[in-house]
Design a protein around this ligand. Structure first.
Ligand code: PLP
Length: 397
């Protein structure tokens, strides 16, 4: 018999009643250290007082009107994002997928209003993940997500990351732009080298294509910069964000330059809930904290400590951990065992992490963690590795 909740997720019996900072607590009072943060969503941990206050205050004033009316908080949040980034304009959504959907439509439309409607295709990269709508699974190109859903939506040309020849071959008279995650999350915490981002920028500028960044997972302070691409000095024309910007409240956005957004005129796109007063109130609160002087410096310092500790762990358990990868607090452990075995063993040690492609265990803790949490996480990972070694030993006997 089918479960009341459509069984598209694993039926993990573990669930939580409340959260405090980097900790999740079950109804029985068991505490788990959350180095998964809702897959890079709870950027400021659970129940951050400034976010709780912002949500409470807004909930007593106004929840929802409609985007047919001016939403003051939305206008101000857009202004803040514009002031902090390459962008001139912002469309608000409820999720990463919707932000990507807007980005894809925008890239196509930008070409159409330049008099080139035949340019509708986007070049994307193997290992990418852009969400689960029909357009997003076609963009991601992963067979496991496409299978059984009919012909993939047309308009995406996938190339291996870093394959120069395949990239050149994929560009053609119908190409509208290039869509890339500056750090592939689901793909295995694969950092796109700065030189490659620069090359994509140069190609787009040269061929008058739109460069679209998906910073749904790597954005909003996670890498120690407000946005991951900043370190490269390369700017996109369009960027999708979500996850961290809502800190746990459903909020996403598609940011664009004036030229890229030129086709998105009145009536071309919309969302009932996108950027409603509750969501943008929380978005402001997240930015208040992340953009506070010194916050990102602390993220960088914490990230350095965590990375060092993980490298130490790799040296102590070389048969389990092969590589520490990633940047800031978007880190991955490439494992020599099944990545899921380490995720499970860590969970038994009350540390939550999440698997990714290329046999990687992702660590995406709240940006607010400190030394105590790093120490606790390393302790759990150590015990998890011991568990795996003991199990291996038993299997060998
Ligand atoms: N893009 C990236 C890079 C993501 O990691 C995700 C979600 O994991 C998405 C898009 C889709 O976002 P959402 O699940 O909020 O629709």
């Amino acid at each position: 018999m089918i479960s009341p909740v459509l069984p598209t997720y694993s039926n993990n019996p573990l669930g939580f009643e409340r959260g405090e900072g980097a900790w999740l607590i079950t109804a029985e009072g068991e505490r788990y250290l959350d180095f998964m943060a809702g897959i890079a969503v709870n950027a400021l941990g659970h129940c951050h007082p400034h976010l709780v206050e912002a949500l409470k205050a807004q909930s007593e004033k106004l929840w929802h009107t409609s985007n047919v009316f001016r939403i003051e908080g939305q206008v101000r949040l857009a202004e803040r994002l514009v002031a902090a980034t390459f962008a001139d304009t912002v469309f608000f959504t409820n999720s990463g997928t919707e932000a990507i959907e807007c980005a894809i439509k925008m890239a196509r439309r930008a070409q159409a209003v330049r008099g080139r409607p035949e340019r509708y295709r986007l070049v994307t990269f193997e290992g990418a993940f852009h969400g689960r709508s029909l357009a997003a699974i076609a963009a991601g190109g992963q067979e496991k997500y496409l299978e059984g859903f009919g012909p993939p939506m047309a308009g995406f040309d996938q190339v291996p990351l870093g394959d120069e020849a395949a990239l050149s071959a994929a560009l053609g008279p119908e190409t509208a732009g290039i869509l890339v995650e500056p750090i592939q999350g689901e793909g295995g915490v694969r950092v796109v080298p700065d030189a490659l981002l620069q090359h994509l920028r140069d190609l787009c500028t040269h061929h008058d294509l739109l460069l679209v960044f998906d910073e749904v997972q790597c954005g909003v302070g996670r890498t120690g910069r407000l946005f991951a691409h900043e370190v490269s000095g390369v700017t996109p024309d369009i960027m999708a964000i979500a996850k961290g910007i809502g800190g746990g409240f459903p909020l996403g956005a598609c940011l664009a330059t004036e030229a890229a957004g030129a086709g998105m005129t009145k009536g071309t796109h919309g969302s009932t809930f996108g950027g409603n007063p509750l969501a943008v109130a929380v978005g402001h609160a997240v930015l208040d904290v992340v953009m506070e002087h010194g916050f990102l410096d602390r993220v960088n310092a914490t990230a350095g400590q965590l990375r060092q500790s993980l490298l130490g762990l790799k040296d102590r358990y070389p048969t389990i951990i092969d590589e520490v990868r990633g940047t800031g607090l978007m880190l991955g452990l490439k494992t020599r065992v099944e990545n899921i075995a380490l995720v499970e063993a860590a969970r038994q040690e009350h540390l939550l992490a999440v698997g990714a492609g290329e046999n990687v265990v992702r660590l995406l803790p709240p940006l607010t963690i400190g030394e105590a949490e790093i120490g606790a996480a390393i302790g759990s990972l150590e015990r998890a590795c011991e568990r795996l070694l003991a199990a291996e030993g038993r299997a060998a006997q």
